[in-house]
Design a protein around this ligand. Sequence first.
Ligand code: FE2
Length: 273
Amino acid sequence: MARAHIEFVQTQSLAWSPRADGALVKVLSRDPATGEETALVRYRAGFTGAANRDEAGAEEFFVLSGTLEIDGRARGHHAYGFLPQGSGLGARHSARGADLLVFRHAPGDRNAQAGRAEVLAHDTPAMEWDVSTYNPGLSHLRLARKVLRLGPGDSGRTFLLAGMPHGLPRAEALPAEWHDHAEEMFMLQGTMWAPEGCQRPGAYFYRPPRIVHGPHVSRDGFFQIMRSPGANEIVTHWTNEAYPLPLEPAFRPILPEGSPEEWARSFEGEVSW
Ligand SMILES: [Fe+2]
Protein backbone atom coordinates (compact mmCIF):
# COMPACT_ATOMS: atom_id res chain seq x y z
CA MET A 1 0.00 0.00 0.00
CA ALA A 2 1.34 3.40 -0.94
CA ARG A 3 0.57 6.79 0.50
CA ALA A 4 -2.92 8.11 -0.24
CA HIS A 5 -3.68 11.08 -2.46
CA ILE A 6 -4.33 14.16 -0.30
CA GLU A 7 -4.83 17.39 -2.23
CA PHE A 8 -4.98 19.33 -0.11
CA VAL A 9 -5.48 20.02 3.59
CA GLN A 10 -4.96 23.28 5.49
CA THR A 11 -2.97 21.97 8.42
CA GLN A 12 -4.44 24.66 10.72
CA SER A 13 -7.64 22.57 10.63
CA LEU A 14 -5.95 19.55 12.24
CA ALA A 15 -5.55 19.06 15.98
CA TRP A 16 -2.18 18.50 17.66
CA SER A 17 -1.71 15.07 19.27
CA PRO A 18 0.70 14.36 22.09
CA ARG A 19 3.64 12.06 21.31
CA ALA A 20 5.39 9.72 23.76
CA ASP A 21 8.48 11.94 23.92
CA GLY A 22 6.42 14.99 24.93
CA ALA A 23 6.34 16.68 21.52
CA LEU A 24 3.06 17.49 19.77
CA VAL A 25 2.39 16.17 16.26
CA LYS A 26 0.03 16.48 13.32
CA VAL A 27 0.49 13.50 11.03
CA LEU A 28 -0.26 14.68 7.50
CA SER A 29 0.46 11.59 5.43
CA ARG A 30 1.63 8.07 6.19
CA ASP A 31 2.34 4.85 4.37
CA PRO A 32 1.10 2.13 6.75
CA ALA A 33 3.13 -0.51 4.88
CA THR A 34 6.53 1.15 5.20
CA GLY A 35 6.12 3.61 8.09
CA GLU A 36 7.16 6.55 5.88
CA GLU A 37 5.43 9.65 7.22
CA THR A 38 5.14 13.42 6.96
CA ALA A 39 4.21 15.37 10.07
CA LEU A 40 4.30 18.74 11.76
CA VAL A 41 6.15 18.50 15.07
CA ARG A 42 5.90 21.10 17.83
CA TYR A 43 8.60 21.16 20.50
CA ARG A 44 7.60 23.24 23.46
CA ALA A 45 10.03 25.46 25.34
CA GLY A 46 12.45 23.38 27.41
CA PHE A 47 12.07 20.21 25.30
CA THR A 48 14.96 17.76 25.42
CA GLY A 49 15.14 14.56 23.38
CA ALA A 50 17.66 11.76 22.82
CA ALA A 51 19.32 10.96 19.48
CA ASN A 52 17.28 9.03 16.92
CA ARG A 53 17.19 5.30 17.58
CA ASP A 54 19.01 3.12 15.03
CA GLU A 55 15.76 1.38 14.08
CA ALA A 56 13.94 4.70 13.40
CA GLY A 57 13.76 5.87 9.78
CA ALA A 58 15.88 8.79 8.60
CA GLU A 59 14.65 12.24 9.68
CA GLU A 60 14.47 15.02 7.11
CA PHE A 61 13.29 18.33 8.56
CA PHE A 62 12.63 21.99 7.90
CA VAL A 63 12.28 24.51 10.72
CA LEU A 64 9.08 26.53 10.28
CA SER A 65 9.49 28.68 13.38
CA GLY A 66 11.50 28.90 16.58
CA THR A 67 14.92 27.40 17.19
CA LEU A 68 16.03 23.89 17.99
CA GLU A 69 19.51 22.74 18.87
CA ILE A 70 20.37 19.43 17.20
CA ASP A 71 23.62 17.70 18.18
CA GLY A 72 24.76 21.00 19.67
CA ARG A 73 24.10 23.13 16.60
CA ALA A 74 21.29 25.71 16.57
CA ARG A 75 18.77 25.28 13.75
CA GLY A 76 16.64 28.36 13.33
CA HIS A 77 14.35 29.96 10.76
CA HIS A 78 14.09 27.74 7.64
CA ALA A 79 17.01 25.51 8.60
CA TYR A 80 16.95 22.21 6.74
CA GLY A 81 18.51 18.94 7.83
CA PHE A 82 18.83 15.30 6.92
CA LEU A 83 19.73 12.77 9.62
CA PRO A 84 20.28 9.33 8.05
CA GLN A 85 19.02 6.20 9.76
CA GLY A 86 21.71 4.69 11.98
CA SER A 87 23.75 7.89 12.15
CA GLY A 88 23.33 8.24 15.91
CA LEU A 89 22.40 11.88 15.33
CA GLY A 90 19.40 13.89 16.43
CA ALA A 91 19.92 14.68 20.12
CA ARG A 92 17.90 17.85 20.56
CA HIS A 93 16.96 20.65 22.87
CA SER A 94 14.78 23.69 22.39
CA ALA A 95 15.01 26.49 24.91
CA ARG A 96 12.10 28.51 23.52
CA GLY A 97 10.23 25.99 21.39
CA ALA A 98 10.15 25.23 17.66
CA ASP A 99 7.79 23.99 14.95
CA LEU A 100 9.23 21.61 12.35
CA LEU A 101 7.98 19.96 9.21
CA VAL A 102 9.36 16.42 9.30
CA PHE A 103 9.64 13.91 6.47
CA ARG A 104 10.31 10.57 8.16
CA HIS A 105 11.79 8.08 5.70
CA ALA A 106 10.80 4.43 5.83
CA PRO A 107 12.80 2.44 8.38
CA GLY A 108 15.19 0.21 6.43
CA ASP A 109 15.12 2.38 3.29
CA ARG A 110 18.66 1.85 1.97
CA ASN A 111 18.72 5.27 0.29
CA ALA A 112 18.30 6.91 3.69
CA GLN A 113 20.91 4.91 5.64
CA ALA A 114 24.09 6.24 7.24
CA GLY A 115 27.00 5.57 4.93
CA ARG A 116 24.87 5.92 1.80
CA ALA A 117 22.78 9.00 2.58
CA GLU A 118 24.60 12.22 3.35
CA VAL A 119 24.13 14.12 6.61
CA LEU A 120 22.83 17.56 5.60
CA ALA A 121 22.50 20.83 7.51
CA HIS A 122 21.56 23.81 5.34
CA ASP A 123 20.96 27.39 6.38
CA THR A 124 18.51 27.76 3.49
CA PRO A 125 18.06 31.57 3.65
CA ALA A 126 21.79 31.88 2.87
CA MET A 127 21.52 29.67 -0.25
CA GLU A 128 21.34 31.19 -3.75
CA TRP A 129 18.10 31.04 -5.73
CA ASP A 130 18.36 29.19 -9.04
CA VAL A 131 16.33 30.94 -11.73
CA SER A 132 18.24 29.44 -14.65
CA THR A 133 15.94 26.72 -15.88
CA TYR A 134 12.29 26.00 -15.72
CA ASN A 135 9.62 24.29 -17.68
CA PRO A 136 8.24 26.68 -20.36
CA GLY A 137 4.75 25.36 -19.59
CA LEU A 138 5.07 27.05 -16.17
CA SER A 139 6.69 30.30 -17.31
CA HIS A 140 3.69 32.35 -16.08
CA LEU A 141 4.70 31.49 -12.47
CA ARG A 142 8.21 33.09 -12.75
CA LEU A 143 9.79 30.32 -10.68
CA ALA A 144 12.95 30.15 -8.61
CA ARG A 145 14.25 27.24 -6.57
CA LYS A 146 16.83 26.05 -4.07
CA VAL A 147 17.66 22.35 -4.16
CA LEU A 148 18.08 21.05 -0.62
CA ARG A 149 18.65 17.37 -1.26
CA LEU A 150 19.15 14.90 -4.10
CA GLY A 151 18.62 11.40 -2.71
CA PRO A 152 20.97 8.57 -3.63
CA GLY A 153 19.66 6.06 -6.16
CA ASP A 154 17.35 8.65 -7.73
CA SER A 155 15.19 8.36 -4.61
CA GLY A 156 13.88 11.91 -4.65
CA ARG A 157 14.60 15.60 -4.55
CA THR A 158 13.67 18.11 -1.85
CA PHE A 159 13.62 21.77 -2.83
CA LEU A 160 12.25 25.20 -2.08
CA LEU A 161 10.16 26.71 -4.83
CA ALA A 162 8.99 30.30 -5.13
CA GLY A 163 6.95 32.13 -7.72
CA MET A 164 6.41 35.84 -8.17
CA PRO A 165 3.09 37.62 -7.57
CA HIS A 166 0.89 38.20 -10.62
CA GLY A 167 1.65 34.68 -11.83
CA LEU A 168 -1.27 34.56 -14.23
CA PRO A 169 -0.94 33.80 -17.93
CA ARG A 170 -2.71 35.77 -20.66
CA ALA A 171 -4.50 32.59 -21.74
CA GLU A 172 -7.82 31.64 -20.14
CA ALA A 173 -7.03 27.94 -20.18
CA LEU A 174 -3.87 25.84 -19.83
CA PRO A 175 -2.99 22.16 -20.15
CA ALA A 176 -2.83 20.07 -16.96
CA GLU A 177 0.23 17.98 -16.06
CA TRP A 178 1.32 14.70 -14.53
CA HIS A 179 4.53 12.93 -13.49
CA ASP A 180 5.79 9.37 -13.12
CA HIS A 181 6.83 10.17 -9.55
CA ALA A 182 5.00 11.45 -6.48
CA GLU A 183 4.89 15.11 -5.41
CA GLU A 184 4.57 16.51 -1.91
CA MET A 185 4.19 20.15 -0.89
CA PHE A 186 3.87 22.40 2.16
CA MET A 187 3.05 26.07 1.58
CA LEU A 188 5.21 28.49 3.57
CA GLN A 189 4.06 31.87 2.26
CA GLY A 190 1.71 33.30 -0.33
CA THR A 191 -1.06 31.49 -2.14
CA MET A 192 -1.58 29.19 -5.09
CA TRP A 193 -4.85 28.83 -6.92
CA ALA A 194 -5.51 25.21 -7.86
CA PRO A 195 -8.61 23.38 -9.09
CA GLU A 196 -8.94 22.00 -5.51
CA GLY A 197 -8.96 25.47 -3.94
CA CYS A 198 -6.69 28.28 -2.78
CA GLN A 199 -3.60 26.86 -1.07
CA ARG A 200 -2.64 29.22 1.75
CA PRO A 201 0.33 29.05 4.11
CA GLY A 202 0.03 25.76 5.97
CA ALA A 203 -1.50 23.93 2.97
CA TYR A 204 -0.17 20.41 2.40
CA PHE A 205 -0.59 17.87 -0.35
CA TYR A 206 0.72 14.39 -1.17
CA ARG A 207 0.12 13.46 -4.79
CA PRO A 208 0.96 9.90 -5.91
CA PRO A 209 2.47 9.26 -9.38
CA ARG A 210 0.41 9.80 -12.56
CA ILE A 211 -2.29 12.00 -10.99
CA VAL A 212 -3.32 14.69 -13.50
CA HIS A 213 -3.14 18.10 -11.79
CA GLY A 214 -3.44 21.77 -12.52
CA PRO A 215 -3.49 24.22 -14.02
CA HIS A 216 -2.02 26.28 -11.20
CA VAL A 217 -1.79 30.06 -11.10
CA SER A 218 -0.73 32.46 -8.37
CA ARG A 219 -2.08 35.96 -8.01
CA ASP A 220 -0.17 36.69 -4.80
CA GLY A 221 3.05 34.76 -5.34
CA PHE A 222 4.06 31.73 -3.29
CA PHE A 223 6.90 30.06 -1.41
CA GLN A 224 6.79 26.36 -0.70
CA ILE A 225 8.87 23.31 0.20
CA MET A 226 8.41 20.44 -2.23
CA ARG A 227 9.57 16.87 -2.66
CA SER A 228 9.48 14.51 -5.59
CA PRO A 229 9.67 11.06 -3.95
CA GLY A 230 10.92 8.51 -6.47
CA ALA A 231 12.84 10.87 -8.81
CA ASN A 232 15.62 13.44 -8.52
CA GLU A 233 14.60 15.10 -11.75
CA ILE A 234 11.03 16.24 -12.36
CA VAL A 235 9.70 15.08 -15.71
CA THR A 236 6.38 16.68 -16.64
CA HIS A 237 3.85 15.32 -19.11
CA TRP A 238 1.13 17.66 -20.38
CA THR A 239 -2.46 16.94 -21.36
CA ASN A 240 -3.59 17.72 -24.93
CA GLU A 241 -6.69 19.40 -23.55
CA ALA A 242 -6.55 22.84 -21.89
CA TYR A 243 -8.50 23.49 -18.67
CA PRO A 244 -9.94 26.80 -17.46
CA LEU A 245 -7.73 28.66 -14.97
CA PRO A 246 -8.81 28.17 -11.34
CA LEU A 247 -9.51 31.83 -10.49
CA GLU A 248 -10.50 32.38 -6.83
CA PRO A 249 -11.38 28.68 -6.56
CA ALA A 250 -13.69 27.16 -3.94
CA PHE A 251 -12.20 24.55 -1.57
CA ARG A 252 -12.87 21.10 -3.03
CA PRO A 253 -10.14 18.89 -1.59
CA ILE A 254 -9.36 15.32 -2.63
CA LEU A 255 -9.04 13.36 0.61
CA PRO A 256 -8.65 9.67 1.42
CA GLU A 257 -11.82 7.86 2.45
CA GLY A 258 -12.25 7.98 6.21
CA SER A 259 -10.32 11.25 6.68
CA PRO A 260 -11.41 13.17 9.78
CA GLU A 261 -14.16 15.69 9.09
CA GLU A 262 -11.94 18.68 9.92
CA TRP A 263 -9.60 17.84 7.02
CA ALA A 264 -12.26 19.12 4.63
CA ARG A 265 -12.57 22.41 6.51
CA SER A 266 -11.52 25.44 4.51
CA PHE A 267 -9.30 27.96 6.23
CA GLU A 268 -9.38 31.70 5.76
CA GLY A 269 -8.16 32.89 9.11
CA GLU A 270 -4.86 34.20 10.28
CA VAL A 271 -1.76 32.51 8.98
CA SER A 272 -0.29 29.92 11.32
CA TRP A 273 0.01 26.18 11.62
FE1 FE2 B 1 3.38 18.82 -10.80
